[in-house]
Design a protein around this ligand. Structure first.
Ligand SMILES: Nc1ncnc2c1ncn2[C@@H]1O[C@H](COP(=O)(O)OP(=O)(O)OP(=O)(O)O)[C@@H](O)[C@H]1O
Length: 208
């Protein structure tokens, strides 16, 4: 089996941020912190090709510009802080396949939730379902924007454990935006911080 590819940013410039160059290797969890408004979400959106930007983003040999945006985003999977729901029924957002949706009970969700209308979901239920939906699509990279922001402590720990096990199995490069230092200590293999328009603290090596 070939190793999952690394995610590389080369002089990626979005908004007022100084260009960012870094490589996130397979299995690494780069936790990105920084004050509100520092540009964390915009950076993730640019990596997912959802925000105008300059510079290059590559996944192994594949460049962002090689694919239409939707095909890039199937591989480079962004789970935004506020997820989008387009069908009325929750279950219709998941690919149909054998065995149904995996991971519901691990994330503290009942199977019936799939038959609910989206409007019945709490923000924390939406957040957990958005994670399940993202992973059900077979990503190659995960970009997580505060994935536990709407959850209580016990559910946060449950989601962290589930995510870390999936990341270990999948071996994806991960960028995880987080504010809580305790969570960062639990999940990060590397840390970065966006502040004053630039990536500071642990500045990872650029690709080349
Ligand atoms: N499309 C846009 N055009 C111009 N400015 C934008 C755009 N989208 C967001 N911004 C601004 O860019 C800045 C960074 O926003 P971003 O959402 O990336 O911050 P953040 O670091 O994720 O903050 P938080 O921790 O509060 O989620 C903010 O000042 C925001 O208002």
């Amino acid at each position: 089996m070939t190793a999952p590819p690394s995610l590389c940013l080369e002089r990626l410039a979005v908004g007022d941020l100084e260009p960012v160059s870094l490589r996130v290797a397979a299995g690494e969890v780069l936790c990105l912190a920084g004050p509100s408004g520092a540009g964390k979400s915009r950076l993730l959106r640019a990596i997912a090709d959802l925000e105008p930007h300059r510079g290059t983003v590559t996944l192994g040999e594949l460049a962002q510009t090689d694919l239409p945006g939707h095909a890039w985003r199937r591989r480079v999977m962004l789970v935004p802080a506020e997820s989008q729901w387009w069908a009325e029924r929750v279950g219709d957002h998941f690919p149909a396949g054998e065995g149904g949706v995996r991971g519901l009970s691990a994330l503290g969700l009942m199977p019936e939730v799939l038959d609910w209308p989206v409007g019945r979901l709490s923000s924390g239920e939406k957040q957990r379902l958005a994670l399940l939906r993202a992973l059900a699509r077979g990503p190659s990279v995960l970009l997580l924007d505060e994935p536990t922001a709407n959850l209580d402590d016990a559910t946060t720990r449950r989601v962290e454990a589930w995510l870390m096990a999936r990341i270990r199995d999948g071996g994806w490069p991960v960028i995880w935006v987080a504010h809580d230092p305790a969570q960062i200590a639990r999940v990060a293999t590397r840390r970065g911080r966006l502040e004053g328009g630039r990536l500071v603290e642990e500045v990872p090596a650029p690709c080349k």
